[in-house]
Design a protein. Sequence first.
Lengths: 634, 127
Amino acid sequence: MATEPVGGRAQGVGSGLRLHLWDGVLPEALGLCFVAIIFGGFTTAYFTTVYFWRQQGAALRSSDAETLTRALATTLGVVAEADEQGAETEREARASVSENLLAGFTQTAPVHSVRWSTPEGTVRFAWPSDVNASLSLSATPPRTAGPATGGDGTAVATAPVRTPTGKPAGTLRIETNASGYPEWPAYLLWTWGIAAAVTLLVFTVVYHRLRRHLRPMAAIERNLQSYAGGIEKELTALTLSDSLGSVARSWNLLLEHLGELQRQQHAAAQTGPARDVLARFESTVFRRLVDRLPFGVLCVRGDHHISYANASAAALLRRPPEQLVGVSVNDAVGDPAIAQALVGVQTRGGVGSAIDQTWQDGDQEATLRFRVLPISDQPRGGEALVTVEDIGQLREDQRARDNFLYHVTHELRTPLTSIHAYVETLTKPGFDDEQTRKECYNVIISETRRLSALVENILSISQLEVGTARLDVGDVDLVRLIRQMVQDNLGAADEKHIDLTLKLPPKAPKIRGDKQRLAVLLTNLLGNAIKYTAEQGKVQVTVAVGEQCVQMAVSDTGVGIAPEDQAHVFEKFYRAADERVQMVTGTGLGLAIAREVARLHGGEIRLQSELGKGSTFTVELPLPTADPQEVSTR
Amino acid sequence: MSRILVAEDDPHILRLISMWLTRHGHEVLEARNGLIARELLQADPVDVLVSDINMPGLDGLALLEAVLPQGRVRRGAVVLTNRWDHGDIRERLAEKGVHVLPKPFSPTRLLEVIDSLTAAAAAGPPA
């Protein structure tokens, strides 16, 4: 067999396997078996045929020799009678017949000898010619004749020679070689030749087709054994030539899939500690948890490519997570400082310093803060986490806190200033008259109350906003409460000659709520209405009972609220820039507290206002249901 | 005796300053906001201006910007403020000879500052 490689697609390096002709050992062996079986069969059939042919030929010739001997004896009897009678013509005719018979016999049978002996013992005819014979026949000698051996191969036929009248005329004895080689018929030779040629052709075709199918199978088997035995680990070296047919192509496709799986497994294995993290990320629950974190999380591999991004990171970086994974962190963030921080953490460990990235987002300034953290205790070359925070929001919150503090301190300082100054006045000798002392005491008392109310309001709004406020829930007769609040504010209304009216339904159910906080709500609304309504104006409180809620509206004919201010009036410390508003003392906390109280009772507060014409604040509070637990008891 | 304008939106503080200055022999004009103060100053200049900063309409800083260059305040000005950046304000107004007193303030200290302004005026040419 040839040993040239035929694995044309062998792509491996080093000890990559090649497909050789000996890979087809199995088909070759099968082919040899086929050849042996076919030629053995042919040989056996041939010799069997020849044997039976010869057996049948020998029997046929023995029979023919006897038949011929009897016929020749009969003819020779005629010849003998004619010879005795001197009938020359008859004798010649019979001799001619005998000659022809003998000639024909000797042409088809291997006759060794013919002898006609008289009863007296004289030889009248002998062949081969006998000098003592009285009759000579000129017969064509048989081609295969040979000397009689008298052995197993010799057949002897004898027949008495009688004249037609029955008179004995001697004995005819013919020796033939029964085992002589007969003539092989030409048609049999052609038949055998054609059959052999057709058989060989069929065998060749079958063998080649079988070999084509079995060779890749043998190669695959050998490759599998090499791979399983650890001889060859590179899958690419196990590929077969596409010329080996569909089996080889399917095998190669399988190898490609396996190779891809191997690469993925290898990549996952290479990530080291991040593998565990990613495995946990794969957990749906954990992924949801990480996605719900209020700050972005990027898992960055040693090559600075992102392997995971949570939903917050995607939102902050304004890219879908799938467009972040696989991208280098430098491309995703666009700030080389991140990559530098990664290098620092990966080489030295520890936590990277915060990196702020600021840009103009429309009208606002947006700032993201990145921080690099190592995932594992072995930072060198390992993975890292990059957290992303929107510190624009933090700064906004800080700004709101600062603003709150600014307003609080400002509002606190105002009564404190009065108290401080009036107390100092009381200590000075020039201000010790009774009227001045009384005036000082009154101011100190009122400013102390103002200070106390302010502190209370600040605490209230803080508790309401952060959710730590507790409601002392009970049955509240809202109509009675409103009457009381109106009564309390009649003095302030009278000072400005404001017409304060109350419009109540004939009957109103009680609601569930905190009486004290509802009183604060009403006081703030009524107080604002009176403060921001000019003298001689009108303030009206209306209560309406619906199927599911109670509505109370506080309307005034005051300065009104500009549309641009209406969206902000419920924010704490917000006061409209309108001069008529600024002229009135206020903390900017009243409406913020009112809104939070309404919300805590499951209600809401709405504003309807027109600048210069007045405002109407409508509070909607739910009526109690069968289940009193529906009212918040925070 | 000096003519002093007090611009203050808090009625108690306005009343207290007015009382102190009056009892120490000064003539006091009262203004509840910056706009009223500017009108009064434009109508008639004063020796000293005592002004709050946070006032509706026209705040104290704007009032100073409006009246000081016109010479409507002859001796000097004192600013009262409860803003927490009063240090910065003090630096900004020092060039213009304006005194800054953070709230809560001492009326005695305010009187001393006013006296120093008027005494300086008595010793030298008007500011």
